[in-house]
Design a protein around this ligand. Structure first.
Ligand SMILES: *Cc1c(COP(=O)(O)O)cnc(C)c1O
Length: 429
């Protein structure tokens, strides 16, 4: 009989994968907690939460229970003109956890669409007022998704090159990494002075796809305050940072300022279902209220607020709201910190970065590139050792499910040490 892997290569086309040279995919039969089990009998620690989504671990019994109950109650209903309990409950409870100014929830399908919705809300706000505020400000190395609007506000890179002529113009400013804060503040001031800015979108505290690039909450507070002085909307893209990733429930919990809009997906459903939400202030919501039908927000997806996805998100919130959730974040943060300490001043390492449950090691290999050949060697080493780690070029990071045990973390760190050794050896070779 053919394996899943053998059948797959005949029919599927995988994301971010050069199918010509990629190894056949590993067939996964089931998951439990931090672990994935393959059809050929291997076990992997999922140290990247399956692309940053699986925050409570795989096949979580509480989420499974709630979702299966919902499946037998109401699998879907149109969300225009109708509503249902999982959507109402999710919005009520999510808003309670968010900054006080967040008052309305708009549902979509994933992180990219959550970003599209936020951008469209801001652009339409200014359009409806007949004011020429048409530009968005974003960080140079940012990543906000793969649809055209989300790509437009993301870094121009090899990933986006075939589409550059179709992407709208964006004012890019540098990420305010330590030491660069003043520079970024000045760039933002210059961009705002032009008077045509509709919104500023940012990944708060950690730019994920850029390679877990980190910056301080204080400078972000400054940037948000500046935007507010110019009536420019601020959009916090918490698609990756949301639901505990940075050590608090939300990255924005580190701030004194409050963004006008927030985007969520990834951990929203505990990694169970695809769903995105965009939240906004009452003021922005109110500004769309009109006798004029043209001022409606004309956006929606067939599966908007799907009850199954909402029930997964509500079940995930049951866990997120618990003290045990925060305790796990603290435990993982402390572990990461202690391990990072051991890597200090080690040759071959350019920088070790850590925010909450995210740990990143940047190797001193010259180029930071997804196409870096070292990247594949590091990936293969980890897979061989039974750990799923997906380096971004010369940067390897750990972004685990919060249920990961100390023993499992120790194994992940041991693999990271082997990676450091591999890099050192490749230098001396
Ligand atoms: C992953 C990601 C997105 C896109 O989310 P998808 O669900 O993959 O479309 C947007 N913003 C950030 C910060 C992300 O990490």
């Amino acid at each position: 009989m053919q394996t899943l892997s053998e059948r797959d290569v005949l029919v599927n086309w995988h994301p971010y994968t050069q199918m010509h040279t990629a190894a056949p995919p590993i067939g996964i039969t089931h998951g439990k907690g931090s672990l994935l089990f393959s059809e050929d009998g291997r076990t992997f620690i999922d140290a990247v939460s399956s692309w940053w989504v699986t925050i409570h671990g795989h096949a979580h019994p509480h989420i499974a229970q709630k979702v299966s109950e919902q499946l037998r109650t109401l699998e879907h209903v149109i969300f225009a003109g109708f509503t249902h309990a999982p959507a109402v409950e999710l919005s009520e409870r999510l808003l309670k956890l968010l900054p006080d100014n967040q008052a309305r929830v708009f549902f979509s399908d994933n992180g990219s669409t959550a970003v599209e919705v936020a951008i469209k809300m801001c652009l339409q706000y200014w359009f409806d007022r007949d004011l020429p505020r048409t530009k968005i400000i974003a960080f140079k190395d940012s990543y906000h998704g793969d649809t055209f609007g989300a790509m437009s506000v993301s870094e121009r890179s090899a990933f986006t090159r075939p589409f550059h002529q179709y992407l709208f113009d964006v004012e890019f400013i540098d990420v305010p990494v330590p030491g660069q804060e003043e520079n970024t503040v000045e760039q933002l001031k210059a961009a705002l002075a032009k008077g045509d800015i509709a919104a500023f979108i940012f990944e708060p505290l950690v730019l994920g796809t850029a390679g877990m690039v980190m910056y301080a909450p204080e400078v972000l507070d400054q940037l948000i305050a500046l935007c507010q002085q110019h009536q420019v909307f601020t959009i916090a893209d918490e698609v990756m940072t949301g639901f505990g990733r940075t050590g608090k429930r939300f990255a924005c919990d580190y701030l004194r300022q409050e963004p006008d809009l927030m985007c969520f997906s990834k951990g929203l459903t505990g990694g169970t279902m695809a769903m995105g939400v965009t939240t906004c202030t009452q003021a922005l919501y109110n500004s769309f209220l009109s006798e004029d039908k043209a001022k409606t927000f004309f956006h929606g997806h067939s599966y908007t607020a799907n009850p199954i996805a909402c029930s997964a998100a509500v079940a995930s919130l049951d866990l997120v709201e618990q003290d045990a959730f925060l305790a796990d974040l603290e435990r993982i943060s402390a572990s990461h910190q202690a391990f990072a300490e051991t890597l200090k001043d080690q040759p071959g390492i350019k920088e070790v970065r850590q925010t909450g449950t995210i740990l990143a090691i940047e190797f001193a290999t010259g180029t930071t590139s997804y196409f870096n050949n070292l990247r594949d060697q590091l990936y293969n080493l980890a897979i061989y050792e039974g750990v799923l780690l997906r380096p971004l070029g010369n940067i390897v990071y750990v972004l685990p499910p919060y249920c990961i045990t100390q023993e499992e973390l120790a194994k992940v760190y041991a693999v990271l040490e082997k990676m450091c050794q591999l890099v050192l050896n490749s230098f001396s070779a």
